[in-house]
Design a protein around this ligand. Structure first.
Ligand SMILES: [Zn+2]
Ligand SMILES: [Zn+2]
Length: 158
């Protein structure tokens, strides 16, 4: 699904469940990882995480869209558009929106663990050492300082 299809989808949900058109822009934002969707107070645009669609399918995304549309319509009508507002809670329940913006499973969170250095290249001539994460062929490289030959050692305990 692309941004244009998302736009049409949100416009349809808006008319069907809220009876009011969605007149701003909708797009997928791949940087939305911990959040399913986002409503922008200034531009009135809505962004949806593409990972939600991959992980949970269109039914779950429809609930997120309804959630963002609750923010959208209430905000434009100058009513209580925040999560804690009774009007927001009531409208959310009425249209069947998801209660939280955040419901991504942890499995599709980005991997933050950095790889340890497992190898060390040491120059035979000047003793300069270089750390490497992956095994490489030392014959294909030379010391950056003196162009000397390098020896590969694995670092123990990692
Ligand atoms: Zn929200
Ligand atoms: Zn060297």
């Amino acid at each position: 699904m692309n941004d244009a299809e998302l736009q049409v989808w949100i416009e349809r949900i808006s008319l069907e469940f809220f009876g009011i058109p969605f007149r701003h822009r909708a797009r997928f934002n791949p940087r939305l990882r911990s959040t399913g969707g986002r409503y922008f107070l200034k531009s009135h645009d809505i962004e949806i995480s593409p990972y939600q669609l991959q992980a949970h399918g269109p039914e779950e995304v429809e609930k997120i869209i309804k959630h963002e549309l609750c923010h959208y319509h209430l905000h434009l009508q100058k009513r209580g558009y925040q999560h804690r507002d009774p009007e927001f809670k009531a409208l959310l329940e009425q249209v069947g929106g998801s209660r939280f913006c955040k419901n991504l499973p942890t499995t599709i969170q980005p991997k933050r663990k950095t790889e340890p250095y497992r190898y060390k290249l040491i120059c035979e001539l000047c003793g300069m050492s270089y750390l490497r994460k992956r095994r490489i062929d030392p014959r294909r490289y030379a010391c950056g300082k003196c162009q000397g030959r390098l020896q590969l050692y694995s670092i123990k305990g990692t």
